[in-house]
Design a protein around this ligand. Structure first.
Ligand SMILES: [Zn+2]
Length: 250
């Protein structure tokens, strides 16, 4: 895996030029954010060893296969490391793909593999795990979360944004790398979550797919406007469709 540093506390590990996970340096070792696809446990452990610290925590932004793929192998190799995910996306790890009645009933997309590993900690908005604050950012998946490093405001957002093929909010199709958009559950929630992330005034945007971006706020704002316009257009069409249906009935 390719290792790219951002300052002295954040390291991006990249599989096949397209799939990222992150090591965040803490006093007691590394927190690993996401686990890439399957087969990456040893490369991830080796990357951490090369940087001189063990992995003591594994946290997950969401339950898609390119983020939890090496979870079971990592847990087997690092059985004492804490494993944390949002309470909502933890359900996917058990094979439960039901939606709650309170959630938008849009269809789930993307792969949600069953994992043998049981999380040791279920995360919620505002929780702290080491230096990281949990930010609830539903939309790409129902329980998607992001992490704000409170030491330097670097933000690790999983698939809430992407930068590969251009900066985009989850749900906006980027022809050069459309996968995150195609795996997205609910675009309206993605938009609300993207606004919430921008309001945190991040110093670095670190995504699941694509390079890290320094001083990302202008690019995030542009990406938000693009999805806003696309959704306004979609909703207008839905509205017209509803009206046509209603006039037919009348
Ligand atoms: Zn995803």
């Amino acid at each position: 895996m390719k290792t790219t540093a951002s300052g002295t506390t954040l390291f991006q590990l990249t599989q096949l030029g397209a799939i990222n996970c992150y090591l965040v340096r803490e006093d007691d070792g590394f927190t690993l954010i996401d686990t890439a696809s399957s087969g990456q446990a040893q490369p991830i452990i080796q990357a951490a060893a090369k940087l001189g610290l063990p992995i003591v925590r594994i946290v997950l932004t969401h339950a898609h296969s390119d983020h939890v793929g090496s979870l079971d192998a990592l847990h087997a190799a690092l059985p004492t490391a804490q494993v944390a995910i949002s309470e909502r996306d933890a359900r996917f790890l058990t094979g439960d793909q039901s939606l709650d009645p309170s959630e938008p009933q849009t269809r789930l997309h993307g792969g949600y593999p069953i994992c043998q590993t049981k999380p040791t900690l279920l995360l919620h908005e505002g929780d702290r795990i080491g230096s990281l604050e949990v930010i609830a950012t539903p939309g790409h998946t129902p329980g998607h979360i992001s992490f704000l490093d409170t030491r330097n405001r670097s933000l690790i957002v999983g698939d809430a944004f992407q930068t590969l093929g251009g900066v985009a909010v989850a749900g906006t199709i980027k022809p050069l790398f459309p996968l995150p958009a195609l795996a997205t559950w609910n675009k309206d929630l993605c938009l609300a979550s993207a606004r919430k992330l921008l309001a945190l005034q991040p110093s670095v945007l670190s995504v699941g797919h694509g390079r890290m971006l320094n001083q990302p706020q202008a690019a995030m704002e542009r990406a938000i406007h693009i999805l806003e316009r696309a959704l306004a257009h979609e909703h207008e069409h839905e509205h017209e469709h509803e009206e046509r249906k209603a006039s037919h009935v009348a």
